[in-house]
Design a protein around this ligand. Structure first.
Ligand code: SF4
Length: 185
């Protein structure tokens, strides 16, 4: 079998295992994905439109997903004080506790036996594959803030960093979160 076919088969089977295992704790795979996104996204991206763009799903499906998570007490919704038409999403304490039992962790435990070099190669290769796939679909990359071309070290207000696109100060934590507006440096 050609290497490309082999890789495609492996990715398909891994995705299938993940999908099957993600029916856990009474949540559907999409609900887990939305929770994971909200735990990693910065404050500018924790919105219904951010979740929709990240998951690549229809607004209706994402709306149902977010309503289900809210009913379960895993997320909260409030009007954005800067823009009342926008809804800001937050993970509740219950949502954070549930994420500590994320079924994806079982899969990741399988990487414990890989060497550091193998993990680095695997991560780098998957990153490139994902970036290329998203580029072809015209989807946003949602990369890390500190790798964005608008990220600037230092800020006149004394904050560690600054976003030159949104003209706001950024914390160290912000630098390690993903953003809907991120553009690779
Ligand atoms: S620097 Fe880039 S990634 Fe960070 S908040 Fe600004 S636009 Fe988003």
């Amino acid at each position: 079998m050609k290497t490309a076919d082999d890789l495609g088969l492996l990715l398909e089977r891994l995705a299938r295992v993940l999908q099957n295992e993600a029916h856990a704790e009474g949540l559907k795979p999409t609900q887990w994905e939305a929770l994971r996104y909200l735990s990693r996204a910065n404050r500018f991206s924790r919105t219904p439109s951010g979740v929709t763009a990240y998951l690549g799903m229809t607004k209706g499906t994402v709306s149902q997903t977010l309503n289900a998570l809210e009913r379960k007490g895993l997320i909260g919704k409030r009007s954005d004080p800067q823009d009342r038409r926008q809804v800001a999403l937050t993970l509740t304490a219950k949502g954070r506790r549930l994420l500590a039992r994320d079924p994806i962790e079982a899969l990741l435990r399988g990487t414990a036996n890989l060497s550091a070099a193998q993990k680095e190669t695997l991560t780098g290769g998957l990153h490139r594959l994902l970036a290329e796939t998203l580029r072809r679909r015209g989807s946003r990359p949602f990369g890390l803030c500190r790798t964005c071309r608008h990220f600037s070290a230092g800020d006149p207000t004394g904050s560690p960093h600054r976003c030159r696109l949104l003209e706001v100060p950024l914390t160290e934590e912000d630098g390690g979160l993903i953003c809907a507006e991120q553009e690779a440096a």
